[in-house]
Ligand binder design. Structure first.
Ligand code: ADP
Ligand code: MG
Length: 366
């Protein structure tokens, strides 16, 4: 973990090639009852060729909406999405069609994305046929090879999705997504709907395939253990915004944003003494609503930190001024928090300006 797996095979000519994915200032607003749902509100992130970027955050923070806009199943309100350097943000469905082989989405619920009338073989063959990448014997061989790669026995080729287990269905959707060798795979909670016992094997499969084939991956999850296992870099989302972004190892070792600190404090540590020594930060309350009232600052920037209502360290400034996204010394760690020092010093619970406490600190005893 932490290294760019597969980057060398994938990048070919090397540095000069544009990244697998570049998202700039992505906005997706919905008209909601009582105001505007700011589902995604200015998200920027890059997935290098052969790189895995984890997008984490609580349910409702806007992760799936980012994923849907990236693969153009949804249309962004503003911002740009580039895949392999090509701006796909405003391309028509028709213009997008030949480019679709470069990016694929694997959903949380494989049953919803697999045509129940088609056999496994046809499901996996379809993108190859659509993009005229194989036919006849070559197609059959390719499909057999893909099924083997995702760990499915050849006799499953003629089955239909309902005859498979959840884990097998997710393997089929992974085989389908990778059939045309995409530059980018967007995996939205690919294991959350599976039995706990098969989650690890599907994660292992994704990790193996990613290493062997070197596609870029935007891995969306609320499962921090999964993201630590798979991701080179991690972006943490809160209420439509990325609040912190860093290489995975660095984020786990030294989270800066109070929200990231709270999220990570809930991840079990394998070493019991370390677990006991670690303070657990419990956030009170649910994620606030993403609906911003009518007459509120819809076109304008939100003029406060979105996390201030739950932040244990919030000071007055957090309620009156939105934190800028700053890059910390070293160049690869970004954070949006007034309380993080320009030198990267993490905010401290003993911060002199600190006023209310919206969280409690407890210590693990088990
Ligand atoms: P996540 O994947 O992190 O759980 P989502 O992207 O699904 O979050 O949702 C982010 C916010 O946008 C939520 O408040 C959700 O209710 C809202 N939202 C998502 N899709 C729509 C839609 N089509 N219409 C209105 N609101 C939506
Ligand atoms: Mg989601």
């Amino acid at each position: 973990m932490g290294a760019q797996r597969g980057a060398s095979e994938a990048s070919g000519a090397g540095e000069s090639q544009p990244p697998a994915l570049e998202v700039r200032d992505l906005v997706r607003h919905f008209a909601g009852r009582g105001g505007t749902v700011r589902a995604v509100d200015g998200v920027s992130l890059t997935v290098g060729r052969g790189e895995v970027v984890g997008l984490v955050g609580e349910s409702g923070s806007g992760k799936s909406t980012v994923g849907q806009c990236v693969v153009r199943l949804d249309d962004p309100t503003a911002g740009t999405v580039r895949i392999g350097g090509v701006d796909v943000t405003r391309l028509s469905r028709r213009a997008l069609r030949p480019l679709r082989k470069d990016f694929h989405l694997v959903y949380q619920d494989p049953s919803a994305s697999l045509d129940p009338r088609m056999t496994v073989g046809r499901i996996v063959a379809e993108p190859l046929v659509l993009h005229r990448m194989a036919s006849g014997d070559a197609l059959r061989d390719r499909v057999a090879g893909l099924l083997r790669q995702v760990g499915l026995r050849p006799e499953l080729t003629d089955r239909r999705p309902h005859e498979l287990s959840g884990g097998q269905r997710q393997r089929v959707s992974i085989a389908r997504a990778l059939a045309v060798d995409p530059l980018l795979l967007v995996a939205d909670e690919p294991t959350s709907a599976l039995d706990v016992s098969v989650q690890a094997s599907v994660l292992n499969l994704l990790a193996d395939l990613q290493r062997d084939r070197g596609f870029g991956c935007l891995f969306i999850t609320h499962d921090l253990a999964a993201v630590e296992f798979l991701a080179d870099r991690i972006a943490v989302m809160y209420l439509g915004e990325i609040v912190e972004q860093a290489p995975a190892a660095e984020l786990f070792a030294a989270p800066k944003h109070p929200y990231t600190q709270a999220l990570l404090s809930a991840v079990p540590v394998p070493d019991p003494p370390a677990q006991r020594a670690r303070e657990r930060i419990v956030l009170h309350g649910d994620l606030p609503s993403a609906v911003f009232p009518k007459g509120g600052p819809v076109e304008h920037a939100v003029d406060y930190c979105r996390f201030h209502t739950r932040c244990p360290l919030a000071v007055d400034r957090c309620r009156t001024e939105a934190p800028r996204h700053r890059t910390l010394p070293g160049g690869d760690h970004q954070v949006a928090c007034h309380l993080v020092g320009d030198d990267g010093a993490a905010p401290d619970a003993a911060h002199p300006e600190r006023q209310d406490r919206h969280t409690t600190h407890t210590t693990h005893t088990t």
